[in-house]
Design a protein around this ligand. Structure first.
Ligand code: NAD
Ligand code: UD1
Length: 343
């Protein structure tokens, strides 16, 4: 079994492609499995252009038992990073079974194969959504989870529990759940980035598409929250910083430095930023004006959530490094790359 090989499920997607780059840069060999349901092969070309290495790519569905069994039989990776999942909150409310089937089904399949093929380490993509509307801020990993407000959020809570129970039951298995806050931005090369399909739900893709003229006007969802400027507060984490957190999580397990077989870490900056601050930060970073208006609150939004990152800082030896201004520049550079806009 090779401890330098990592299977990256969903590796053609936004976070997976950036993580593949950082893994390759750290000397790991990457095998990507993706069914391209929310991505395309251009990200694989981007990874190759940045690193000079073309990762092994297997086009398959992680819920497909036979295809995944073949993959495990053919490749001797010791570790897995499991990104593959659906992530649209609104869609999950309309089509819950699609989300339970894909997000839970893929994880159960992977864990069962890891058990049978004696693979050791798994990093799972969890989310700050598990904290819901927290009573005390910033949230630590010990902050109680709140009942999920969407089937998507519920899949993250269920998946954390499934992982914890599997790791407890299988002697050779180690797991780390990373709770991402709000990942934004793109690789500084602008060769990979986020490719939302249709109208973006998330703030930064909406901002960049508005700046590009694809959307007419950004709606700021609420200016009457009990926050300093009335808009919501979030913890926006640069995508390359987030990708690096996966590398140190894998290193930790490969080197046997994990203190428990199952661990959870917040991955954020520890700094709350309001929607208005982000919009104005984007304008200043890129020297342009954005068309925006204040709109009613969006159903399901929490007022504020940001991370206490002490545990990740001290235990993983990881911290967010990239300046928000640089991240917002990278987001715009990527949009310009996608739309063929001269900056
Ligand atoms: P993404 O949609 O860009 O990437 C997910 C990738 O998985 C896509 O390439 C998709 O084609 C693939 N995929 C989905 N189901 C699959 C399956 N059954 N088999 C094979 N491939 C499959 O999303 P992302 O933003 O990169 O998110 C990655 C993970 O991080 C997801 O689990 C998501 O829930 C989680 N997460 C994301 C955010 C965020 O803001 N982006 C925040 C918290 C957690
Ligand atoms: C959303 C999801 C969350 C998911 C995360 C990452 C909801 C309720 N939550 O989190 O489960 O883990 O994305 O995919 O969907 N905003 C605007 N205008 C916009 C878009 C957003 O003002 O057009 C505001 C929102 O009100 C929020 C902030 O920007 O205050 C960030 O929004 P978004 O990027 O969607 O992330 P979250 O809501 O934090």
């Amino acid at each position: 079994m090779s401890n330098r090989k990592v299977l990256v499920t969903g590796g053609a997607g936004y976070i997976g492609s950036h993580t593949a780059v950082e893994l390759i840069n750290a000397g790991y060999e990457v095998i990507i499995v993706d069914n391209l349901s929310n991505s395309d092969r251009s990200s694989l070309a981007g990874i190759a252009a940045i690193t000079g290495v073309t990762p092994t790519f297997v086009e398959a569905d992680c819920c497909d038992r036979e295809a995944m069994e073949r993959l495990f039989a053919e490749h001797d990776f010791q570790s897995v990073i499991h990104f593959a999942a659906f992530k649209a909150v609104g869609e999950s409310v309309a089509e819950p079974l699609k989300y339970y089937q894909n997000n839970i089904g893929s994880l159960v399949n992977i864990l069962d194969l890891m058990r049978r093929y004696e693979r050791r380490n798994i990093v799972f993509s969890s989310s700050a959504t598990v904290y819901g509307d927290a009573d005390v801020l910033p949230v630590t990993e010990r902050t109680p989870r709140k009942p999920a407000t969407s089937p998507y959020g519920n899949t993250k809570q269920m998946a954390e529990d499934i992982l914890r129970d599997s790791v407890a039951a299988v002697e050779h298995l180690n797991g780390i759940a990373l709770r991402y806050f709000n990942p934004i931005g793109a690789h500084p090369s602008a060769l990979i980035g986020e490719l939302p399909r249709g109208v973006p739900n998330n703030l930064v893709p909406y901002i960049t598409q508005t700046a590009a003229g694809v959307r007419e006007c950004l709606s700021i969802f609420g200016d009457d929250y009990p926050t300093p400027d009335g808009s919501c507060l979030r913890d926006y984490i640069d995508i390359v910083d987030l990708a690096r957190a996966h590398v140190v999580a894998i290193d930790r397990m490969v080197e046997g430095r994990n203190k428990e077989a199952f661990e959870i870490f917040n991955v954020g900056t520890g700094r709350p930023v309001s929607v208005f601050e982000l919009v104005h930060g984007f304008e200043e970073a890129n020297n342009l004006k954005l068309n925006y208006k204040v709109a009613p609150r969006r159903a399901g939004d929490v007022t504020a959530v940001w991370a206490d990152t002490t545990l990740a800082n001290e235990e993983l030896g990881w911290r967010a490094e990239r300046e928000l201004t640089d991240t917002l520049r990278s987001a715009w550079a990527w949009e310009c790359h996608v739309r063929n806009i001269k900056q």
